[in-house]
Design a protein. Structure first.
Lengths: 378, 151
C-alpha cells in the first residue's frame, strides 16, 4: 500500500513519541518521553486522546525506572482511569446476567475485553461502556429484557435498526452504557449462526466469554477508518497488546482471509506493517510478505477520502454526505445496480436522520447544509 | 483460632499500582488507597494470611516489634472490615501460610510506617477535578491546595 494512501490513519510524530513512551522498551521509551515532554505544554488544554494514554505511559516508564515529577500526575490519571473503569464495569455487568436469563449468551468485546483480557488492568485501558456481541435474531428480545431490567433505549431492535445501524445503545443508572452489536465487522454472518470463538475473561473472580484475539485484532485494525470513531492513534496500543498477550493465539490465515473478504487488506497491511516496523510486534514474516504485495482497493481509497473529510469536520457540523454514503457502502459492502443502490441509500438516510419518510430527505439536506451538500461538499 | 480474610468480591475491586493498593467499594462508590506497609498488608490479607502471620512478615521487612506490628495490622483490618472491603474466609486452610509472607530472617528491614487506609468518599467532587491541571504532583485524587483526605 502506497505511503500516501491511508496516511492519516497513522499517528503523527508527536503522538508517536507518546506511543513509544507507553509501549517501547528501554532506553527508547525514556528518550521518547523526554522529547515528548519538551514539546508539550502541560498547563495548556490536553486532548482526551493524549490523556487516556498517560496511564500506560506511566506504567511502562515506571517499570523501566524512569522518574520525573510529572509522573505523579500521570499516576493520578491512572488512578482516576482505574476508578472510572471499575464504576463503568460494575454498572454494566448486570446486563450480562439479564441477557443470560433471557436465554442469550453474549460475547464481551472492545473496551472491557481489551482491558481485562489484554492489558490485564482497567487502569491502563479506559473502559467507557460495555460492548456485547449477540445474534441478529436476538436483538429484539435482548432490548426487551434489558428494558424490563431498567435499561433505557430509543431503539427497539427493529428491522430498520438491523439494516441501517451496527449497534443499539442502552443506558442504565449513572448513564452507564451497554451497546448491543450483531457483527464483529460490517456484513459479517449473523453471530447466532456463526458465533465467533470465545476467549475466557476473568472479571471480579468470575469467567465471562470475550471475543477471541484474532477477531478482536481484526476489529481494531479494520475499523480504524470507521466514521463513528474519530481517527485516533489508540488502535496502536490496542492491537499491540492483543499481539503481545496472544503471540501464538492469532490465526493468521483466517485473519488474512477475513480482511480480503471485506476488501480491506490494505488497512490490515498498513496496520500490521506499522506495528512490526515501529514496535517490533511479533508478526510472521510470511504474513508481512503476503500483505506487502497488496494494492489498495476501492473501499480503502474511499476510506482514505472519507477519513480526511471526517477528521477535518468540527463536532457541531453535520456529517458530510459522502461520509453517510461511505457508511452505507461499508455496511452493505455492495455496489450493484445504481438505481437500487440509490433507493437503498435513501432509506439509510431516512433512518439515520430519523425522518418520517424519504420525501423529507431533500428538505433535510437544505436544512443541514443550505443545499451545498447536494454537490457532496464536505 | 486462625482467622483468614479475602477481598470482598464482587462488591470490591482492587489493584496494586506502583506500590499502592487502590480499592473501590463498588456498592458505595468510595475509593480507598493504601501505600507503604498498608499496601503490603492488603496484599498479604488478600492472599489469605492471618494477622499473626502478617505481623511476623512485617517484622522481617520493617524495623518494628511484633506486638506493635500486630496491633497496627488489627487496626488496619478493622478499618477494612468497617468499609466492607474485606471479609472473613472460613473455608481457608488455617495451617496454610501464604508463601508470599517472608520469614523473619529473609530480608533487610526498612523504616516502619503504620499501615493506613486513606478514604475518599466525596467522589462526585473528585471526579470533576481535571486530573492534569487541578492536582498537585501527587496526582488525582489530591487536589491542589487541598487538605489531607477525609477519613
Amino acid at each position: 500500500v502506497k505511503q500516501r494512501r491511508l496516511a492519516r490513519l497513522l499517528p503523527t510524530p508527536q503522538e508517536e513519541l507518546l506511543l513509544e513512551a507507553a509501549l517501547a522498551g528501554p532506553p527508547k521509551a525514556g528518550a521518547a518521553f523526554s522529547t515528548w515532554l519538551s514539546g508539550i505544554d502541560l498547563s495548556a488544554e490536553i486532548s482526551w486522546e493524549v490523556v487516556r494514554l498517560l496511564p500506560l505511559a506511566f506504567h511502562n516508564l515506571r517499570a523501566q525506572g524512569v522518574d520525573a515529577p510529572v509522573l505523579g500526575r500521570f499516576k493520578g490519571v491512572l488512578r482516576r482511569t482505574w476508578y472510572q473503569s471499575q464504576r463503568v464495569m460494575s454498572s454494566t455487568r448486570p446486563s450480562l446476567g439479564c441477557l443470560r436469563a433471557a436465554g442469550i449468551d453474549p460475547l464481551v468485546l472492545d473496551d472491557a475485553a481489551l482491558a481485562l483480557g489484554c492489558y490485564e488492568s482497567a487502569a491502563l485501558r479506559p473502559v467507557t461502556r460495555l460492548d456485547l456481541l449477540i445474534g441478529r435474531s436476538e436483538v429484539g428480545s435482548a432490548v426487551g429484557a434489558l428494558r424490563r431490567d431498567g435499561w433505557r433505549s430509543r431503539s427497539d431492535g427493529t428491522a430498520d435498526d438491523l439494516r441501517f445501524a451496527d449497534h443499539i445503545s442502552l443506558l442504565g443508572s449513572e448513564n452507564a452504557e451497554v451497546r448491543l452489536r450483531w457483527a464483529v465487522l460490517p456484513g459479517d454472518p449473523d453471530p447466532a449462526a456463526a458465533r465467533p470463538a470465545a476467549a475466557p475473561l476473568v472479571w471480579l473472580g468470575s469467567i465471562e466469554g470475550g471475543l477471541n484475539p484474532t477477531s478482536q485484532l481484526l476489529r481494531i485494525l479494520l475499523r480504524r477508518h470507521h466514521p463513528d470513531d474519530a481517527p485516533s492513534f489508540h488502535w496502536v496500543p490496542d492491537a499491540l497488546m492483543v499481539l503481545r498477550k496472544n503471540s501464538s493465539g492469532i490465526e493468521w490465515s483466517g485473519l488474512l482471509a477475513t480482511a480480503a473478504a471485506h476488501r480491506l487488506t490494505g488497512l490490515l497491511a498498513q496496520g500490521l506493517g506499522y506495528l512490526s516496523e515501529r514496535f517490533g510486534a511479533a508478526i510472521p514474516s510470511g504474513v508481512l510478505t503476503s500483505l506487502a504485495r497488496h494494492r489498495a482497493t476501492f473501499m480503502e481509497r474511499l476510506a482514505d477520502t472519507v477519513v480526511v473529510s471526517y477528521a477535518s469536520r468540527t463536532p457541531s457540523s453535520p456529517e458530510p454526505l459522502r461520509v453517510e454514503f461511505f457508511r452505507y457502502l461499508e455496511r452493505t459492502r455492495r455496489v450493484g445496480n445504481p438505481i437500487r443502490t440509490l433507493i437503498d441509500f435513501s432509506h439509510s438516510l431516512r433512518y439515520r436522520w430519523k425522518l418520517p419518510g424519504r420525501r423529507e430527505i431533500l428538505p433535510a439536506l437544505f436544512r443541514r447544509w443550505g443545499g451545498s451538500s447536494l454537490y457532496f461538499q464536505p | 483460632m486462625v482467622i483468614r480474610y479475602r477481598a470482598n468480591e464482587p462488591s470490591v475491586a482492587a489493584e496494586t499500582i506502583d506500590g499502592e493498593a487502590v480499592i473501590v467499594n463498588l456498592r458505595s462508590g468510595e475509593y480507598f488507597s493504601a501505600s507503604g506497609s498498608g499496601c503490603q498488608v492488603w496484599d498479604w490479607l488478600c492472599q489469605g494470611a492471618s494477622v499473626e502471620e502478617i505481623a511476623r512478615g512485617l517484622v522481617a521487612r520493617y524495623a518494628v516489634q511484633e506486638s506493635i506490628a500486630a496491633g497496627a495490622v488489627e487496626n488496619f483490618v478493622s478499618d477494612l472490615l468497617a468499609h466492607e472491603l474485606l471479609r472473613e474466609w472460613p473455608q481457608a486452610d488455617p495451617g496454610a501460610v501464604p508463601a508470599a509472607v517472608p520469614s523473619p530472617q529473609e530480608t533487610a528491614r526498612s523504616e516502619w510506617t503504620l499501615p493506613k487506609l486513606d478514604v475518599y468518599s466525596d467522589m462526585k467532587d473528585l471526579l470533576l477535578l481535571d486530573p492534569i491541571h487541578e492536582v498537585d504532583e501527587a496526582g488525582w485524587p489530591i487536589a491542589k491546595q487541598r487538605a489531607a483526605p477525609s477519613e
